[in-house]
Each structure stands twice: as C-alpha cells, then as structure tokens.
Ligand binder design. Structure first.
Ligand SMILES: NC(=O)c1ccc[n+]([C@@H]2O[C@H](COP(=O)([O-])OP(=O)(O)OC[C@H]3O[C@@H](n4cnc5c(N)ncnc54)[C@H](O)[C@@H]3O)[C@@H](O)[C@H]2O)c1
Length: 419
C-alpha cells in the first residue's frame, strides 16, 4: 500500500513493483496521478504473473476516507505487509513567523500530523489483526517474523529549521514524535514503524516551491555536501537492507593545469551490491590495480570506476565498506591480504577460526593478517544496522606447517567469483 501518486510515492511504488510485490494499492487525493503511477508500475512488474496494482482516491485528513481505503486494501488484497505514508504538501508561500498565515499553518498540521496519525492508526489496527507470517529476513531466523511494516516520510525538517517555513518545520517535528510513539506501541505486536527523513528530493513538491519563489536551489547547493538535490528514487532505495545509515559521500581529488588540487568528483562510490543473502550492502570506495599506484593521467580513477574487484586484488588494493543488516553473522572466510578494518557505525564481534573473539566498537580497528574470521553485527544487541570499512593490501603468500594459506570464501563465493 503506497500513499500517493507522485514524487517519492511514485518512486516507492515503482521500486516495490520491480522488487516483486504481489499487490500494490496507490492511494492519493489526485486519482489521475495515482492512475498514471499504476501504469508505470505495471510496466516494470510486467514479468510477474498475477500481480495486482490499482489506484484509489484518499484524503488522509479525513478519517472516513482513511478507514475506507484501509478496509478496501484488507478486503481486496487480504493483508497489508507494507504501508508507505508519503502523502504531503510543501511550502509554496514562505513567510517569517511574524507574518505567518494561521490557516496555512493549520493546513500543514492537518495534512502532515493529523493525516499521518489517521493513516498510521488505521493501518496499525489492521496489521495487528493479521497473521505474523512474514519473516523479516528470510535467511536470518534471529530477526523473527513480522505482521507488517509502516514507513512514514519525515524530513530533514524533522530535526532542523529552515527560514520562513515554520508550518513545515513544526509539522515534520511532530511527525517524528508520532512515528516514535507508533513504533513503541506497535513493537509488541510485531509491527515495525520507521521514519525516513530525506533532505531535498527532486519532486513536484519542490518544483511548486520553486514556482512560489522559494530559492531551494541556492539553499540546497549551500547545505547538502553533495551540492545537489537527491532524486526521488534515491529516497525510495534508502531503506534496504540497512535502514538508518547515512549514505557515505566520497570526494576524489586530482589536479588542475597548474598542478593545484581540485575535486574530480563527489559521489557515493563506484560499485554497490547487495550481498550475503540480501543482508548486506557492499560499497567499493576505491580499488587500484597495483601498488605503488600509477596516477598519471588519472588512469587509476578510470580503473576504479570500471573494475569491481574480487575479495582483494593481487598486487593492488581495495577500499571496501559494508553495511550489515541487524544481527548478521558473516560466513568464516579468509582474504590472503593485510586488512585494515574500521568500525564506522555500531558494534561488531570479530570471531577467529581458533574460536578466539573480540568485541569492536565504533572507531575500533582490526589489523587482520590473513586470519580466517567472521563478522557479527551486534549493534543495539542485534537490532540495528552496522557499518565497517576495510582497506585490503596484497601480501606475499604465507606458509604454515608447509602449507600455503589460500583465500577462503565459503558462502561468500558467489558474490566475489569472476571479478
Ligand atoms: N521532495 C522533498 O525534497 C522532500 C524532502 C523531505 C521530505 N519530503 C516528504 O516526502 C513526502 C512526499 O513528498 P514529495 O516530494 O514526493 O511530494 P509530491 O508533491 O510529489 O507528492 C505529494 C502527494 O501527496 C498527495 N497529497 C497531498 N495531500 C493529500 C491528502 N490530504 N490526502 C492524500 N494525498 C495527498 C498529492 O496529491 C501528491 O501526489 C511528503 O511528506 C514530504 O513532506 C519531501
């Protein structure tokens, strides 16, 4: 169930269709926009037989409308596994607090706060009644089963203020409180509630603000490290499988004609892949074909962009970051390399094949000298995602008792072989 037919909601609906959702109901006040999204979602889900995608009109500020749409979804689709609440309005007439319009303020409270409340209330009640049949992570029994998951769109404005936007800032601060309480109340029922808080994403809401005279582009360019507005698709992708971790920004430097340092690019890294039974995201931040590194004519930049490495590179180097879903335990594996590991976010257990182990906290470092090992993400007692980074340098083959140590990938083999 996806509330709304443009911008972020559209991107979520298309993403869900692409990921194989069996049924999607796109509910929006603007039925024509929702119907347009139905057509787009059907086009990407075309390969899946029997998938049902429909549009329906809803006004999230009206309780009868919200209750009716929720009942329709339960009746027709049999259950609601996911609800993305991304209906909303943006500021089109910015005004300082002293000149703020009272009706406009109340409208924002009605749509964002009352609307989110009514929808979360109705969907929570429906999810509580359905069977807890869906495993949270099909390959990670420790994560248990779920009756459903509700995602609410907060905003950067849930945390900070923007000049002349008191109605939006107030409403979005309230939304995050609402999400926290709903998460707390629903947890015993196996219903998860999360709040995604994007900064600025290119959607019709932003265009309307531009048209109304809000100088969003200068503001974004000054505030966002990437120096650009996000796409709606980037917001839709954010939650899986390690929600809550900020996208890392990578800056690559080079030289201008006078040999002075310049930034060549600012991005998120070259290669992202979901690995480890869909429980982790690997991000290759850089890799080099050899060491010492030939940087003439930026050949190394081209190599890093065009080649996704295996576990490590013979004679070269790899800078890898991995986001782990809660409680993930990696297979025992060995890279025949010197690995500098850093815990960037969370808490991990480093377990060696002898059975020895250590707990590592944020900022702790491991120097792994080709020992076979496992990583266990124990962040928040196994309830939160965690993030680590490693730099892997090639080493001279290492021999113990006459046997040369070999790379061991075990269940990780499919994710690295042939690269
Ligand atoms: N675009 C951004 O930069 C940005 C950033 C942070 C948070 N958000 C939040 O994300 C959500 C989606 O924003 P977007 O940029 O995709 O906006 P959008 O304008 O593209 O889409 C909003 C949709 O909500 C619908 N809607 C408005 N009032 C409604 C109501 N009462 N009942 C039902 N539907 C209603 C509209 O018809 C529209 O289709 C909003 O909550 C917004 O505050 C957006």
């Amino acid at each position: 169930m996806c509330h709304k037919g443009s911008g972020i909601g559209r991107a979520c609906a298309i993403g869900l269709a692409r990921d194989g959702a069996a049924g999607i109901l796109i509910a929006d006040m603007n039925l024509a926009a929702a119907e347009q999204v139905v057509a787009e979602a059907k086009a990407v889900a075309a390969a899946a037989p029997g998938v049902r995608i429909e549009a329906i009109r809803i006004d999230i500020t009206q309780q009868p409308s919200v209750d009716e749409v929720t009942s329709y979804m339960v009746r027709e689709f049999k259950r609601i596994d996911y609800c993305v609440n991304c209906a909303g309005i943006g500021v089109e007439t910015p005004r300082e607090i002293g000149d703020a319009d009272v009706d406009e303020f109340n409208r924002f409270i009605r749509v964002h706060v009352q609307g989110t409340f009514l929808l979360t209330r109705a969907v929570s009640a429906a999810m509580k009644l359905q069977e807890a049949v869906k495993p949270v992570g099909p390959t990670s029994a420790g994560r248990g089963s779920s009756r459903g998951s509700i995602v609410i769109l907060g905003s950067g404005s849930s945390f900070v203020a923007t000049p002349s936007m008191v109605q939006y800032t107030t409403a979005k601060h309230a939304v995050i409180g609402l999400a926290k309480n709903a998460a707390l109340d629903n947890a015993p029922h196996g219903v998860r509630v999360n709040c995604v808080c994007p900064s600025w994403a290119e959607t019709p809401m932003i265009q309307r603000a531009r048209d109304g005279g809000v100088d969003i582009d200068s503001y974004v360019n000054g505030m966002v490290p990437l120096g650009r507005i996000a796409t709606a698709e980037e917001v839709a992708d954010v939650s899986f499988p390690a929600p809550g971790l900020r996208k890392t920004v990578r800056h690559v430097t080079g030289h201008n004609a006078e040999g002075k340092g310049i930034f060549l690019s600012s991005d998120h890294g070259d290669h992202h892949r979901i690995i480890g039974n869909e429980q982790s995201v690997a991000n290759i931040l850089y890799s080099t074909k050899e060491t010492p590194i030939d940087m003439a004519n930026d050949v190394d930049v081209k190599y890093a962009a065009e080649n996704e490495p295996g576990l490590h590179i013979h004679n070269g180097s790899v800078f890898r970051m991995i986001d782990f879903a809660p409680n993930v335990l990696s297979p025992m594996h060995r890279a025949v390399s010197l690995d500098y590991g850093i815990v960037l976010d969370g808490e991990f257990r480093l377990i060696l094949d002898s059975g020895e182990e250590r707990i590592m906290q944020q900022g702790d470092i491991s120097i792994n000298r080709a020992s076979a090992h496992q990583w266990h993400n124990i962040t928040g007692n196994g309830t939160l995602p965690g993030r680590m980074a490693w730099i892997l340098l090639d080493c001279i083959p290492l021999t113990y008792n006459g046997e040369t140590l070999k790379e061991e990938l075990n269940e990780l083999q499919p994710y690295y072989e042939g690269r």
